[in-house]
Design a protein around this ligand. Sequence first.
Ligand SMILES: Nc1ncnc2c1ncn2[C@@H]1O[C@H](COP(=O)(O)OP(=O)(O)OP(=O)(O)O)[C@@H](O)[C@H]1O
Ligand SMILES: [Mg+2]
Length: 148
Amino acid sequence: MKTIITHSAEDTKKFAAKLLASLQGNNVLALYGDLGSGKTTFSQGIGKALGITRRMISPTFVVIRNYTLQVKSSTLQFANLYHIDLYRVQNPKEVLDLGILDLMKDPTNLVLIEWAEKMGEYVPNKRVDVRFEYMDEEKRKITINKLT
Ligand SMILES: Nc1ncnc2c1ncn2[C@@H]1O[C@H](COP(=O)(O)OP(=O)(O)OP(=O)(O)O)[C@@H](O)[C@H]1O
Ligand SMILES: [Mg+2]
């Protein structure tokens, strides 16, 4: 487990890029934290590091956004980025209909899940948990826990 404090949104994006570089075989990032705590900001940092130039907006209303990665711009093994927001999910079973479990099984898919607690029992054992806590307007505490 590791904890860091970021002092701006930009700082959180830079941290996301660093975490991406240290994933070592993990392809599922479970993001937890209150509204406005920084989950989407972190996801934008990952996207930028993977060469996504299109603006990454919050997937709250569409649940899943898929970005195809350019092989040459990606230093990692990922072919796709899936940015998922489960805020509106009421029952963990909805995760089955959304096909999220299949997405996560493909190691060439990097899957970021905001509000991962909504997956309930369907959250995979092999994942990296990233928790965001609001400290003040510009400060966030981020706790990382790699599980296998
Ligand atoms: N250190 C920081 N890290 C991340 N975001 C920060 C930080 N300081 C300020 N912010 C601001 O806080 C807001 C975080 O919003 P963001 O959409 O990333 O949160 P979220 O966790 O995805 O919320 P939601 O649950 O609504 O999806 C942004 O407006 C961002 O600019
Ligand atoms: Mg968000």
